[in-house]
Design a protein around this ligand. Sequence first.
Ligand code: AMP
Ligand code: MN
Ligand code: MN
Length: 329
Amino acid sequence: MTDIAESANVLLKNDNYVLTTHLNPDGDALGSLLGLGLALLSAGKNAVMVMPHPVPATFQFMPGAQQVKKVDVQAKFDVGIALDCTDITRAGEEAQQVLQKARNLINIDHHISNQYFGDLNVVDAQASATGEIIYDILYEAKIPITSDIATNLYTAIVTDTGSFQHQNTTAKCLQTAAFLLDCGAEHRTIQQHLYEQRSLGSLRLLARGLESLSLNEDGRVAWMTVSQDLLSASGATVDDSDGMVDYVKSLKGVEVGILFKEVNSGETKVSFRSKNYLDVNQLAAHFGGGGHERAAGCTVNGKIEDIERVVIRKTEEQLAVKNCGGPGR
Ligand code: AMP
Ligand code: MN
Ligand code: MN
């Protein structure tokens, strides 16, 4: 039996589910959580969607977002489902406890760095988004895809492909997106909420960030830093820096774009994006993170200036490695 068929089977056979996703959720994390959660509820199951923090404001338009609950560490479930998580710690401590208590733990993900921590692991690094895998599971389980479910899964695919721009935009991903539109996914509503509702603070942050954009000597590495000072000067929050790394990568000649986000005075989140050949999953893994070949991240403790220096040096080192796939190498 394939992983898809086996997971469809588990979803049909049990009654009591808890679903969760990674901390600092993105559109795929929430789209997968809400898409699968609403599907299980519509199939008459008890399905509780949990997260340690509230759904970020940008994503509150997603159908079912109001049904996401705080984690109750006392609660017990037959099946725990982790979505879009490379490893179980990405779910946060409390959700991790609840997942581990479940009789059966299912890990559904598309990160190449996935740690196969479930009793059942549905991991497909070829999938554009975890939401794309959920579509296949629901199709296999013959659970009807309502327009609300479709809107969630479509959001997952749109966000993880950068609106169908990244390398993971495959024929299968576009076919799935087309099926979801047929099922009633609200394309314009999603675009409006994700890309046409920016706060003034977030645009000011972008302007200031771009002004301080830095480049290494050969122009293949570019980076931008979002410090706590910059956030307060711009009237922005850390969430407002989402998407800024794509601007860094967009510069001509740049292979790797890096965004340094000072989460607090001792902790920096680093986002990597590469264009054509550098495996940033490997680069992020060097700092305890992971992700995909062309998009990865990690969180590093220490002073932001030190972290910048070390990360940029490591990036240049990786670029200099022979046969890293670069032009003429
Ligand atoms: P981000 O830069 O946060 O948008 O993340 C890019 C990709 O890397 C996403 O697919 C994340 O799930 C993944 N990622 C980010 N941070 C980590 C981490 N600390 N550990 C594993 N994967 C990560
Ligand atoms: Mn994600
Ligand atoms: Mn994802």
